[in-house]
Write a protein that binds this ligand. Structure first.
Ligand code: ADP
Ligand code: MG
Length: 321
């Protein structure tokens, strides 16, 4: 497949405002108003009755009702194929990634979810044998033309196992802020930004009385929210979550799922999960992958209640996985 010629390079430095190419109105790099110009209204959810009315319907608990949200396209995945040593792990996948919604990638182990997710901030290229064809763009710019560190600030990743740095809660977040600052800021001046990131990750209330507490002594769920706070401190446009709850207990999972739904207003969210119930609870759109192919992409209510493809029916019906 032929690569498209890349658009002009937009080199970015921290503090450079980025005008999303698909959005009209004043530039706001991190939280553009979703009510501005060129936005799409997200599809309104199918009424709950549809979940039981269809003969192919899958019996899942009803997803909590959520207000529909306006969306802005942040990333485009266009005809992406990723191979390891010549063997394709992701085959000709095209998908939009939008702020204002959660995109869940589901599918059985080994179907290419992590590979595709890691390609969104070019982590796959750290694997020597990996080769990507096709194009991925961020706000209209081919990510291949962006400086990787800057790309990874704008598209941040949270992994399956919480991985806070072995330092205090405060320093985990401050680390990112210091990294981005031109001059080394002192601790007091970082406090508002640290607290803001912790608040956005829904952790501040639990940790504010002792920000010097060692992060590794927090609970697993708190550690994962700290990792989300750390990712948000970089003020990303896109947050990538690779099975973020699979190491957590049900209560921590619930807290993080609620957080994900809330955060989708300010940052585009892509979550990889093999937990169908989780995808059903948090996702607006779902991409079902199988053996590297994108088998079906649809709104969450449609994909679970009225899957079009037999392979999707089998998977969401629990026939394989
Ligand atoms: P998933 O996240 O859906 O479980 P992955 O993206 O991890 O799937 O894997 C997709 C395919 O790519 C699998 O066949 C896996 O063995 C292969 N793969 C993943 N990472 C590597 C790697 N670093 N080197 C070689 N093959 C890999
Ligand atoms: Mg994976």
């Amino acid at each position: 497949m032929e690569l498209k010629s890349p658009p002009p390079v937009r080199r970015l430095t921290p503090g450079t405002p980025v005008t999303p190419l698909h959005v009209h109105g004043p530039a706001n790099r991190t939280r553009p108003t979703v009510s501005s110009g060129n936005v799409q209204a997200a599809p309104v959810g199918v009424p709950p009755a549809a979940l039981v009315a269809e003969p192919t319907a899958v019996v899942l608990p009803l997803a909590p009702r959520r207000a529909p949200s306006a969306t802005i396209e942040r990333m485009r995945i266009d005809n992406v194929t990723i191979s390891y040593a010549g063997k394709p792990a992701v085959k000709d996948v095209s998908l939009p990634v939008r702020q204002g919604e959660v995109l869940a990638m589901i599918g059985p182990s080994g179907c290419g979810k992590t590979t595709l997710l890691r390609s969104l901030n070019r982590l796959t290229e750290l694997t020597k044998s990996a080769k990507l064809e096709g194009q991925i763009s961020l706000d209209g710019t081919d990510i291949a033309t962006l400086e990787p560190t800057e790309l990874r600030r704008r598209v941040t990743m949270v992994f399956q196992q919480p991985n806070p740095f072995p330092m205090s809660t405060f320093e985990n977040v401050a680390y990112v802020l210091r990294d981005q600052a031109k001059r080394r800021p002192n601790k007091a001046s970082l406090r508002p930004a640290v607290e803001s990131a912790l608040a956005r990750a829904g952790l501040l209330e639990e940790v504010k009385d002792n920000l010097d507490h060692p992060a590794l002594r927090l609970s697993g769920g708190q550690q994962q929210r700290l990792c989300i706070a750390r990712a948000l401190a970089a003020d990303p446009e896109v947050l990538l979550l690779d099975e973020p709850c699979s190491a957590l207990d049900p209560q921590s999972t619930k807290v993080i799922e609620e957080l994900i739904v809330k955060l989708r207003q300010e940052v585009a969210i892509v979550i990889v999960t093999h937990n169908l119930q989780q995808a059903h609870r948090v996702a607006d759109h779902v991409a079902f992958m199988y053996l590297g192919e994108l088998v079906e992409y649809a709104t969450a209510p449609a994909l679970f209640a009225r899957p079009r493809e037999q392979r999707t029916k089998d998977y969401v019906g629990g026939a394989f996985g």
